[in-house]
Design a protein around this ligand. Sequence first.
Ligand SMILES: [Zn+2]
Length: 324
Amino acid sequence: MDKQELEAKLRAYVGRETGPPATGPDPVNEAMIRHWCEAMGDRNPVYTDRAAAEKSVHGGVVAPPTMLQAWSLRGMAMAEPMDPAQDAQLSLHALLASAGYPSVVATNCEQGYTRYLRPGDQVVSRTVIEAISGEKATGLGIGYFVDTRTTFTDQRGEELGWMTFRVLKFKPNQMTPEGSAGAKAAQSPARPRRLKPPLGHDNQWWWEGVAAGELRIQRCKDCGTLRHPPRPMCGKCQSIAWDWIVSKGAGTVHSFTVLHHPPVPGYEYPLPVALVDLDEGTRIVANVAGCAPGEIRIGMRVQARIEAADDEMKLPFFHPVAGS
Ligand SMILES: [Zn+2]
């Protein structure tokens, strides 16, 4: 498919609804509001304390505005693939993938809130493909920006708010180009590399440590609190004086996830990523190696080893400690 043909097909998507209106499985309710507030650490009593909410300007419990989208999501059912024929966004992404733009990254999201939601409200969302850009060159690769706009309404059809969401559907820079260059590359396949972190004043020292085989942890010079990832100010005492210690790399898996999708060149899947509590007393996000993803457990003892992630970059990989 040439570019003109692709762009004509893309234009046909603009203005289309992505699928039927989505209604969440539950109306707005106090239990879900409380869970959200606990997870977010939001202690505003108008969300969770009926007596306080009744005395407030709201006259009763309301939901945090940022929950807006949560009320119309399908829940665990979202893990099952939808029929692309029923979901214009899926078929649009499949079209772009077949035209050589397989990767996707979300780049922008904005929300607006028209009114507070109250227990009993039933949220319905409708999403429209609002705009598709021309082909753009970006730091990640060449691709197309796709903008969607979701409108949220209540059971009476009155607007509750809106959300715009932009994704870039792209051809990663490191992907083997098609055609003759591709044939050449196939003869001497270079393993794609991982995405490189942007290095700056605040984090370069940490990466230099990894390159030298050290797992460094930033330490506040005034109160001694450890912190990671590197940042300029102590969250506890607001001091900007810091140094670092070298971690022994021993820790415990606090939580973990195993990534399967979307496949990004340079990474092997399934990709286990863990949140590790280091014995020195701070937490780090890193890959787990040395065991099958299904063998990882919360509470498992792990040991960091600085290993090559590709031919240019080293990273700490946490390996299970035998007998833990
Ligand atoms: Zn401090």
